[in-house]
Design a protein around this ligand. Sequence first.
Ligand code: 4AD
Ligand code: MG
Length: 462
Amino acid sequence: ETTVRKIYKETNTFENKEIVLHGWVRNHRAQKEFGFINLNDGTFFENIQVVYEEQTTENYKNIQKIRIGSSVEVVGTLLLTPNAKQPFEVKATKVILLGDSEEDYPIQPKRHTREFLREVAHLRFRTNLFSAVFRVRSLAAAAIHEFFQNKDFVYAHTPLLTANDGEGAGQMFQVTTLNLDKLPKDEDGNIDYKKDFFGKRANLTVTGQLEGEAFAMAFRNIYTFGPTFRAENSNTQRHASEFWMIEPEMAFANLEVNMDIAEEMVKFIINYVTTKAKEEMVFFDKFVEPGLLERLNLVKDASFVRITHKEAIDILINSKVKFENMPKHGEDLATEHEKFLTEKHFNGPVFVTDWPKEIKAFYMKLNEDNKTVAAMDLLVPGSGELIGGSQREENLELLVKRMEELHVPTKDLDWYLDLRRYGGCVHSGFGLGFERLLMYLTGVENIRDVIAFPRTPNNLEF
Ligand code: 4AD
Ligand code: MG
C-alpha cells in the first residue's frame, strides 16, 4: 500500500509498479467502455486519476456505479503520462467499494458557497479549499513550535478553567457544574443552570498570560499555545468565541525585543508554510486571494514599520480620507483605520506602539509620560490586529495602583502580585491570534473558515 503524497513526491520509484491505494472518490466520470475516478486519499492536496476499462478491470459493471464520496481500494499500475494534464495516472485492475456514499451526498464536484459549506462543517474538509486550509493550519502550528523550540522557549500549559479575568475586560464565559441530579429545579421542573463551580466562580480563560508570566519568572522564555474564550457578542469576520492563541513571555526583555521576536516569528511561519505547503499556497493564490504569494514574499524581506499610536492617528488625520469614524488622539483604531494603514499607506504589517493607557489592559507598563503604556499591536493587511502585546508593569506599587484605577480585584490576583514581590524583573510578551494568522496566510476572509468547528454567536451545532 502506498499514498498519493508518496507518489507525487517520488514518482519515479513507482513508475510501472503495482500499487494499492485507499481513499475517497472526489469525482467519477463513467463512460461506456471505460471511466475515470479522481481519488483523494487525504495525504496530499492533489487527487490522483484512476482509469478503469471494460477489458482490463475486474468487476467493471460494479465500478461504474460507484458514487462520489464513497471510500474505495484501488489496485493498479502507475503509468507516467507526460503529455496529459496530470503527470501520471493509475491504470486499475481492481476498484473495490469499501464504504458506499448515499445519493444525497452534499459535496459535489462543483463550486459550493462558503456559507453552505459551514452548514456541513463535518464534511467540508473534503473540498479543495478546506483541505488546503486545514493542512496549512497544521503546518503553521508545527512552525510555531519549531520557532520557539529552536530558541529554547519552554512550552507552558496554562489552565482553561480559571477564577481570573486576565484581561480585566469582563468578556468571560462562566462555567457551572452540571450534575443533573443535584441541581435545583424550578416549579416547572427545569434545571437551574446558574450554579457555580463547586461553590466558586469559574470562567473559561480569556488569556494564558498571567500564568505565563509565572512560568517566565522561572524559565525566562516560555510560550503557550492553546484555546482561549471570549464572550464577545460581536458578529464580525474576525471574532470567534473560541480561538487559539500563542502567548510567548520573556523575562529580561523590553518592548523592542518583544517586537523583534514577533516579527521574526511571523517571517519564520511564512517561510515554513510557503515551502512545506506549496500546492496549497498556490491554490490560495489562484482561487482565494490573487497576489497572495507576492504579498507574503514582500513581507519576508522587509522590516516591519514601527509607529506610535499618536503617529498612527496623525497619519490618519492627515490622509484627509472621509472615515466613517474619524480618528481621534486617545482613542482606539477602528477596522477602517487599520485597513488604511496596512493596505493603503504602508502596504504591509505595521507595529503600533505606546497606546493611551485608558484603552489598554491593567498589566501594561506605564510610560514616563504617565499617559501611554508600553504596548504594541501588530496590524496586517486583511486580518487587522494579528498580535497584541506589551512590556509588563514590574513595579508592585504602580501595578496595584493601575489595578485599583481599573477596578481589577487585587485580592483575587494576589498570587500575580507575588511575581513582583519575589524577584520581579523587566519582562514582555504578546498574544498571536492563531486564526487571524491563518486568515493572513491563506487570504480567507472569514474566521469561520479557518477553524474547523467555529464557535460564534450563531454556530454551536457541530
Ligand atoms: O490583544 P489581546 O486581547 O491580548 C491578550 O490576550 C494578551 N493577554 C496577549 C499577551 O500579551 N500575552 O489578544 C491577542 C490576540 C489579538 O491580537 C487577536 O489576534 C486575537 O488574540 N484575538 C482574537 N481572535 C479571534 N477572535 C477573538 N474574539 C479574538 N480576540 C483576540
Ligand atoms: Mg488586542
